[in-house]
Structure formats: structure tokens, C-alpha cells
Write a protein that binds this ligand. Structure first.
Ligand SMILES: Cc1ncc(C[n+]2csc(CCOP(=O)(O)OP(=O)(O)O)c2C)c(N)n1
Ligand SMILES: [Mg+2]
Length: 325
């Protein structure tokens, strides 16, 4: 990334960080309907990958997907309004935190069933190949998904059919409250499984936006050229608990401290300084990010609830209700 690209990536991560903090605060104020799974700490995976993708590529995420939605063009205001069940929400309040979707920018959804979207991403990649485009699909998922059947089924078929799909694991060391290492037979829950399917498996520092961008660009290039899928394991850590108001006390204090010192925003600031970007320029990006999110919070709070008469619109592709009978 050149300095301008890295600064833009930094600002996008700063916006996501502040949006997640706002979502946490709004949840504690009782203004968020349903649960939230915040991605503060995971920003570099979404922003780095997005910087390496084309606008027409497809992205699939999990219930921990706010960062992916925003990296793929959803605004903080749309996301916060969705969390708060407002008419102006990204999915007009029909999705909520766990289902952020923006099909117009290739963000083909956030999925609450662990592992469910990996076969779907393979399907999207297959459709791209049938249609003769050179789009690729990317599925982001947690370390816990690597012990789910759908993960193995998707990898196998994607490898057999050489589909243009990337599987990107956000390994944050925990599946809910269980350390992934306690329930997995290999040290690298994702990358170590890749040889079983004959595809490349790589590990990347998921908190380093430049490293993620470079790895995804390389693996996306392979997939686009017809060389098939790959599996990337991005090491990262969540700053909040698993969901809602989980204080995450099951994580050792030294581990938390170590990872907080390896913060994606700090790393990007260090890289910007190495490239000669002035501290004031970085502060201005932070100020813009704060202003955008503060405005988004106020706009989402002020937005009206959805009209009950629209409860059944946009829930089926043709808008009809024939499927219900
Ligand atoms: C098939 C399935 N089983 C169980 C659950 C309950 N569940 C929700 S999140 C989660 C942990 C997943 O951990 P991981 O894949 O590491 O993702 P992370 O939350 O760390 O991002 C579980 C078990 C679920 N949603 N789907
Ligand atoms: Mg996890």
C-alpha cells in the first residue's frame, strides 16, 4: 500500500473501531434490539482483505460481521440504525446485528449458523465461473467453524471443482468461551487443514492491515486466474467479549495485555510513520472518523421505527407471498 492507500485503510479501521464502541455503549443503554458480536480488534482483516478485492467480488461473513459490512460499503449510520431496529437500517430493521447484508456492494450477508456460509461462498464462486465473469467469493469465518462439517464439505468441493473462492479464518483463539486449542487436534485450526484438501494454507498477522492486503491480493489473484481456492488463517483477537455484555473474564490477563499491545490501529499508525506520514495527518483521520461515528449515532437515534405495514416486504426475492402457501 502506498501512503494514501494506507491512510485510507487506517481511517476505515478507525471508523469501524468507533462504530463498534458506539454499538457497545448503545447496547448497554438498552437501545440495541437483540444481541451484538463486536469485531473491535478484527478491523485489519476486513479492511486489508477489502483493499485487495474488486468491487464486484462477493463477501460472506458471520454474525461477527459489522467490520465486513462497513469494509464493503455499509455506512456506520446504516449499521447502527439496523442494530437499533430503525427504518433507516441497512436491512430496514429486518436483519439486526447478526445479518448485515448489502447485496448492491457484494456483501452477500452475515450468517448466524457457524459454518453455514462456506458452502454458500463456494456456490457464489461457482456461479461466477458459470457466468464467465472472473469474480471471486470470500468467506470469512471464526476458528470455531473449522470444526464444523460444512467447513470440510465446502473446502473439499471447492478444491475438487477448483472454484474461485477464498476461505479466510479469523482466528481469535476462542469459540465463545472455549479456547480453540482445547478442542482442536492441530495447532493451526484452519491452515493445518488445508493440505487435506490439496489447497494452499497460509497464516498471516490478522492485525497487520498491509500483511492481510498482500496475502489476500496474492491468493485472490490465483483464484481469479483459475488456480482454485485457498485457505488463509488470520491471527487476531477480539477486544470485547463474545457477545452482548460478556466481560470475557475467561481470558488470561497476560494474553489480553499482549494482544492489546498488538492493536491493528497502532500497527497501522507505526507503518504510516515509517512511510513518512505526519502525526497531524493521522490525527486528522482520527478526528474525521470520530465525527462520522458521532453523527451516525445521533442520526440512528433520531430515525423512526419501521412501518409495520412493511414487515413482509423485501423478505423474498420477488416481493411476493406465494412461497408461504
Ligand atoms: C452450528 C452452530 N452451532 C453453535 C452455534 C452457537 N455459537 C454461536 S457463536 C459460536 C462460537 C463460534 O466461534 P468462532 O467460530 O471462533 O467465531 P468467533 O465468535 O470467535 O468470531 C457458537 C458455538 C451456532 N451459532 N451455530
Ligand atoms: Mg473465534
Amino acid at each position: 500500500m502506498d501512503p494514501a492507500e494506507l491512510l485510507a485503510a487506517y481511517e476505515q479501521m478507525a471508523v469501524i473501531r468507533r462504530t463498534e464502541k458506539a454499538a457497545h455503549d448503545l447496547f448497554l443503554q438498552g437501545l440495541v434490539k437483540g444481541t451484538t458480536h463486536l469485531a473491535a480488534g478484527h478491523e485489519a482483516v476486513a479492511v486489508g482483505a477489502s483493499a485487495a478485492l474488486r468491487p464486484d467480488d462477493y463477501v460472506f461473513a458471520t454474525y461477527r460481521g459489522h467490520h465486513h459490512a462497513m469494509a464493503r460499503g455499509a455506512t456506520p449510520e446504516e449499521c447502527l440504525a439496523e442494530l437499533m431496529s430503525r427504518a433507516t437500517g441497512l436491512c430496514q430493521a429486518k436483519g439486526g446485528s447478526m445479518h448485515l447484508t448489502k447485496a448492491s456492494t457484494g456483501m452477500l450477508g452475515s450468517y448466524a449458523i457457524v459454518g453455514a456460509h462456506l458452502p454458500m461462498a463456494a456456490g457464489a464462486a461457482w456461479s461466477a465461473r458459470l457466468r464467465g465473469t472472473d469474480q471471486i467469493a470470500v468467506a470469512f469465518f471464526g476458528d470455531g467453524a473449522t470444526n464444523i462439517g460444512a467447513f470440510h464439505e465446502a473446502l473439499n468441493l471447492a478444491a475438487v471443482w477448483k472454484l474461485p473462492v477464498l476461505f479466510v479464518c479469523e482466528n481469535n483463539l476462542y469459540m465463545e468461551y472455549t479456547p480453540i486449542a482445547d478442542v482442536t487436534a492441530v495447532p493451526r485450526p484452519a491452515a493445518d487443514r488445508a493440505p487435506a484438501y490439496g489447497i494452499p494454507g497460509e497464516v498471516v498477522d490478522g492485525n497487520d492491515v498491509v500483511a492481510v492486503q498482500e496475502a489476500v491480493a496474492r491468493l485472490a489473484g490465483r483464484a481469479r486466474a483459475g488456480d482454485g481456492p485457498a485457505l488463509l488463517e488470520a491471527e487476531t483477537y477480539r477486544h470485547f467479549g463474545h457477545s452482548r455484555a460478556d466481560p470475557a473474564t475467561y481470558r488470561p490477563a497476560e494474553e489480553v495485555e499482549r494482544w492489546l499491545k498488538h492493536d491493528p490501529l497502532d500497527l497501522a499508525r507505526g507503518r504510516l510513520a515509517e512511510l513518512g506520514v505526519a502525526p497531524e495527518t493521522i490525527s486528522e483521520a482520527d478526528e474525521r472518523a470520530s465525527a462520522v461515528v458521532a453523527k451516525a449515532v445521533e442520526a440512528a437515534k433520531a430515525a423512526p421505527p419501521p412501518d409495520p405495514r412493511e414487515a413482509l416486504t423485501d423478505v423474498w426475492a420477488d416481493g411476493g407471498a406465494a412461497w408461504r402457501t
